[in-house]
Design a protein around this ligand. Structure first.
Ligand SMILES: Nc1ncnc2c1ncn2[C@@H]1O[C@H](COP(=O)(O)OP(=O)(O)OP(=O)(O)O)[C@@H](O)[C@H]1O
Length: 260
């Protein structure tokens, strides 16, 4: 199968901490135009996959973005290649305004020479990110005053101004209100139109509403992969959730309400 240049293709990813194998030969791919989900019970290896792809943990196998191999590259180089991530806890500068946070992020992709040049007005990439994330109305507020959801959107905006082509998002809707979850799903749909978006999530209701393709991990291995309907119908997935996370089992059933 030919793979589009802008895709992320992970093959046989293997990550070990001492004798403990956290990720066993995991393969998945993600393409612009889809919102790709990685789900699985606690400790399944989801965050470790993202850590390895972004250079924070050592992994073997391959993780290619277009024709670039990411595994083995330093984290900063991976960022420069256009691969960005968020963490479970948003890391924004609380004292600085939304605009200043975005401006600093935009500076990370500018050359030292252009940083020294006098700047007139707001960078076009910052204006686009404000528009795309819906944060325009709070642009002058200190980031510390934003709601939990708005902080996550700001982090996503910071990746957008850095011109990230691959966004790896670790539990972006944890702790969000229902309205914020819906807004986040819609934002991810817009962002994914021309970028790779991979979402690690526990929230099954969110997954069901916004995932276009899902990989289920269990104990470091790929258990199942497919559309939301396919993975929900997979008896192996039902068994894992029934066996390890009773509260999630109901949420896997089509149409079930999420249980927190
Ligand atoms: N630095 C580390 N050293 C040792 N073990 C680790 C390290 N990082 C993760 N692990 C272990 O690897 C396994 C996978 O962890 P990981 O955080 O990737 O799971 P996860 O699927 O993201 O879980 P959760 O949904 O709870 O965040 C766990 O057993 C975890 O304890």
């Amino acid at each position: 199968m030919s793979v589009p240049d802008a895709s992320l293709v992970v093959s046989d990813l293997h990550v070990q901490f001492g004798a403990f194998v956290a990720v066993h030969d995991v393969s998945f791919d993600a393409h612009p135009g889809e919102v790709r989900f990685l789900i699985g019970p606690n400790g399944a290896g989801k965050t470790t996959c993202i850590d390895a792809i972004t250079g924070l943990s050592k992994g073997t196998g391959t993780a290619r973005f277009g024709d670039k191999e990411l595994l083995g590259s330093p984290a900063q180089k991976i960022v420069r290649l256009g691969v960005g991530r968020t963490f479970q806890t948003a890391s924004v500068f609380a004292q600085l305004s939304v605009l200043q946070n975005l401006d600093i992020a935009a500076g990370l992709r500018r050359s030292p020479v252009s940083l020294l040049r006098a700047r007139r007005g707001v960078d076009a990439s910052v204006e686009r990110a404000l528009e795309e994330t819906g944060l325009g109305t709070v642009r002058d507020l200190p980031a510390g005053m934003l709601s939990h959801g708005q902080k996550q959107w700001l982090e996503i905006g910071m990746l957008l101004v850095q011109d990230a082509k691959v966004l790896l998002l670790d539990e972006p809707v944890a702790g969000m209100s229902q309205d914020e979850r819906t807004a986040t799903g819609e934002l991810l749909g817009r962002v994914a139109a021309n970028r790779v978006v991979v979402v690690v999530e526990h929230d099954m209701d969110f997954m069901r509403s916004f995932a276009t393709r899902v990989t289920v991990l269990h104990q470091g291995r790929v258990l199942s992969e497919g559309s939301v309907a396919e993975i929900q119908a997979d008896p192996r997935v039902q068994e894992v959730y029934l066996g390890t996370a009773g509260a999630l089992s109901g949420a896997l059933a089509p149409g079930a309400e999420e249980v927190d």
